[in-house]
Design a protein around this ligand. Structure first.
Ligand SMILES: [Zn+2]
Length: 169
């Protein structure tokens, strides 16, 4: 049986549409390399800023600012999707990833990472719109981009530990 398959003459030419499509299917089926995951993460982040935050982040954070990180699969089965971060200066970062579920498909998750006034940790703020970003920044302006330290309900240290994927800092 196998021999029969191997002896089949290829009935299409190497530059035909079918040859092109079969090659494409092979590439799609192949597991992406870490570099491809990084590149895709950077592209997804830049695209999200351009489409959803065009008037503030899209026009101030250059697409080349993003640094991509491949997906992380921990031994326990926990998985972090590929992500990208962009340095804003002053200790602030943007973090972008796609949350992928069967129900919703791929959903952009954009997080502003803000250093705490106590100097010991960061506060992660998940953004949902340009308006929300402007509100957050207006609150951070008096402290020059530092989140005022509070013990409750979200202590900066516990937020730092609970939501930060290891490996991309
Ligand atoms: Zn703090």
């Amino acid at each position: 049986m196998t021999e029969t398959l191997h002896n089949l003459a290829r009935p299409y030419s190497a530059d035909s549409p079918l040859a092109y499509l079969l090659d494409m299917a092979e590439r799609v089926a192949a597991k992406p390399t870490e570099q491809e995951e990084r590149d895709d993460a950077e592209m997804a982040a830049a695209h999200h800023l351009y489409t959803a935050y065009y008037y503030n982040l899209g026009s101030t954070v250059d697409a080349t600012t993003w640094q991509g990180y491949p997906a992380l699969r921990e031994p326990g089965g926990r998985q972090w999707e590929a992500s990208a971060v962009a340095w804003l200066d002053g200790g602030l970062w943007l973090h972008h990833t796609l949350r992928i579920t069967e129900r919703d498909g791929a959903v952009d998750v954009l997080t502003l990472i803000v250093p705490c006034t106590c100097g010991r940790g960061y506060v992660d703020i998940t953004l949902d719109s340009e308006d929300m970003l402007m509100e957050v920044l207006a609150e951070l302006r008096p402290t020059h981009g530092r989140a005022p330290h509070t013990e409750e309900p979200l202590d900066c240290g516990s937020v730092h530990g609970a939501t930060r994927p290891t490996g991309w800092r």
